[in-house]
Design a protein around this ligand. Sequence first.
Ligand SMILES: [Zn+2]
Length: 59
Amino acid sequence: MDDTVQVQCPYCFELVELYIDPQQRGEMVQDCDVCCRPWRVLVSRRRDGSPAVVVDRAQ
Ligand SMILES: [Zn+2]
């Protein structure tokens, strides 16, 4: 299963490939690879097990 998703940074708007651990669910904080500012990443799973990811600015 491919658990890599493409997300857009809410700060610099770069498209970044984000690897989601197979056990990952809920909320995590991850720094942008491009601008190093912190994302709040919300991970949920679709019925087929693929990750659904929402990226927001962490405060
Ligand atoms: Zn960024």
